[in-house]
Design a protein around this ligand. Structure first.
Ligand code: AQP
Length: 334
């Protein structure tokens, strides 16, 4: 069975982008077709400053969101990255395989670092190499991600190929980003040219998984749109990023396509569509956020589950890491 790996950073409250671009699809991939490994990637979170208490809280929140959304610890391996030391170890080995020129081409680094790289962490720059380690530590071949992570999964392939070539082995597999569905790039509600992010400046630009019904309704109501209403087909969404985004979000939540949504709402105005969208979002998110709150009241239970998951993850990772050290010629005598 092909192995799936994916992760989410505990770098703040989860958004509807994380839910539609990642979590919902992770749940769908559980089952006989794949062996699924899901990780709260705390080592990635600290590439930008995290207050220690916030890091702990966000780690619990991501784990709670995954459990509440239907990740079943019996079906999937669920753990946090820092509890399996192999991630950091293989990450270092890959820092010595990846090339600086490759990192220079990563658009997410450019977006996050801006022009003044004097003040950003070295970790933020090396992040994609650690991400390659996360995936390849398990020889995972399928990586469900949102559109924004496609370039990093492609870099993972380059690292695997260079390692295999340099050491004359066929050891690390080829990884494929799995980017399927209508809402693989959920955009900022106030600016359709930017993605919806946990760490975006204003709370009004994103829907948080823990937002209550009134807040969700208010945010969609205030979401930027254009003066035209909904077109009758997707061609009518061309060059209308804000309109396209709301239609895609509806389609993602309803498990349908943008075409089908426009089949129902084509010709309607935003005054009709936005309340319907808010209602759908509340219907889907409220049961999840209720369960998240319940779980967050018992962080010890979450910790126990993460510890168990980390043991399972380590059992898979250990022989792969040992073989990597051996291929590279390290002395491992204890
Ligand atoms: N806007 C989005 N649309 C679709 N998918 C998204 N993902 C994130 N934002 C969107 C997907 O969620 C998964 C986990 O992402 P992450 O938390 O590891 O990192 P990120 O992509 O950097 O997420 P954020 O929300 O933008 O976090 P911050 O602001 O802290 O950097 C990935 O599969 C990602 O594709």
């Amino acid at each position: 069975t092909p192995r799936v790996f994916s992760g989410i950073k505990p770098s703040g409250g989860l958004t509807l982008g994380n839910y539609l671009g990642a979590i919902k699809r992770w749940v769908d991939m559980q089952g006989p077709d794949f062996e699924t490994i899901y990780c709260v990637v705390d080592l990635h979170a600290i590439t930008v400053w995290q207050d220690p208490a916030d890091l702990k809280r966000s780690t619990h929140e991501v784990a709670a969101a995954l459990l509440a959304s239907g990740i079943d610890p019996e079906k999937s391996v669920l753990f946090n990255q820092s509890q399996v030391p192999g991630h950091a170890e293989l990450g270092w080995l890959f820092n010595c395989v990846a090339r600086v020129g490759w990192m220079n081409r990563m658009t997410q680094f450019k977006d996050k670092a801006g022009k003044n790289t004097e003040k950003v962490s070295l970790g933020l720059y090396a992040y994609p190499s650690l991400m390659a380690a996360d995936i390849l530590l398990y020889h995972a071949t399928h990586v469900p991600v949102g559109e924004d992570q496609k370039q990093h999964v492609e870099l993972t392939r380059d690292i695997a190929a260079k390692f295999n070539h340099d050491y004359g082995v066929e050891f690390f597999p080829v990884t494929t980003p799995v980017i399927e569905g209508p809402a693989m790039r959920v955009m900022n509600l106030r600016d359709g040219s930017k993605k919806m992010s946990k760490s975006g400046e204003s709370d009004m630009e994103r829907i948080n998984m823990l937002d209550d019904a009134d807040t969700i309704a208010k945010k969609f109501k205030k979401a930027r749109t254009d003066p035209e209403g909904l077109p009758s087909d997707v061609a009518g969404l061309k060059d209308r990023p804000e309109a396209r985004n709301l239609v895609d979000i509806y389609a993602g939540l309803a498990d349908t396509t943008a075409e089908a949504v426009l089949g129902d709402f084509g010709g309607a105005g935003w005054g009709t569509f936005k309340p319907a969208l808010a209602e759908l979002a509340v219907e889907k998110l409220a049961p999840i956020s209720d369960e998240m709150k319940r779980l967050l009241d018992a962080p010890d239970e979450i910790d126990a589950l993460l510890a168990k998951g980390a043991e399972k993850a380590e059992a898979i990772a250990e022989p792969i890491l040992e073989r990597t050290f051996e291929i590279m010629g390290f002395v491992r005598s204890r």
